[in-house]
Design a protein around this ligand. Structure first.
Ligand code: PGA
Length: 227
């Protein structure tokens, strides 16, 4: 179209992302929208289960999640690390220790995300794989609320490292040095194979794959110590 020839891509981009990506995706939308001022965006943020439902209903152009469903009817591209870490209050006795065992960790009360959360599932699976029972003191439907509850002394949690970005960064939280952590994961961008993507969606997909590393470097995350 004439609009494309002028480099003026127009239209609405519909994205659905899991909660852990909400810290990152808006940062890439800023420069993208400056580059293409004719583009408007609708960004839905939901947990893993909610995202799968949106995908099944074909509600959005692109979906961003950590654990894409199996099956060969999806286009799946990995684009950025999304490690999970154990977060504690800075004044917690374990904060000074290194190589904390999972057994020791499991003696602490835990705050976990709600049912349907991918983060919750990974944390529960890890403890289950090691035959450990953890006390879930609190279920909370928000990463931000969990950070506050950790500060409040209700327990520890397994969270996406990206929840510790400079905005809302606080000296009151720390990442524990636990065996098996960080749990390595990646974000994937996904869409149905048969789907004809709009020009705007294709343009964003290319931009995401090209620029994400670079934009992630500006997030000013705390240094991640690997065991
Ligand atoms: P969620 O995010 O916990 O909000 O479902 C999931 C993930 O990172 O897998």
């Amino acid at each position: 179209t004439v609009a494309d020839l002028k480099g003026m891509k127009q239209g609405r981009l519909r994205l659905a992302v899991i909660t852990t990506a909400k810290y990152f995706i808006p940062r890439i939308l800023g420069p993208f929208c400056r580059l293409y001022p004719g583009v408007n965006v609708s960004l839905q943020v939901t947990n893993h289960e909610g995202l799968l439902e949106r995908m099944a209903d074909n509600q959005d152009d692109l979906y961003i999640l950590s654990r894409p469903p199996q099956g060969d009817d999806l286009q799946v591209k990995a684009f950025l690390d999304n490690p999970l870490v154990v977060v504690a209050p800075s004044n917690h006795p374990l904060a000074k220790e290194s190589r904390i065992s999972l057994d020791r960790l499991a003696q602490e009360p835990f705050i976990l995300r709600e049912q349907g959360s991918g983060t919750r599932e990974v944390a529960q699976q890890l403890f289950k794989d090691h035959n450990l029972d953890v006390e879930v003191k609190l279920d909370l439907g928000s990463n931000e609320a969990i950070k506050q509850a950790i500060i409040g002394g209700l327990g520890l949690s397994v969270l996406s490292y990206h929840t510790l970005t400079s905005v809302g960064a606080t000296q009151e939280l720390t990442v524990l040095n636990v065996e098996g952590f960080p749990i390595h994961r990646q974000w994937h961008v996904v869409y149905p194979k048969g789907k004809q993507l709009s020009i705007v969606a294709t343009t964003f997909l290319d931009y995401l794959l090209q620029e994400s590393e670079h934009i992630a470097q500006d997030m000013q995350l705390p240094k991640l110590v690997t065991l």
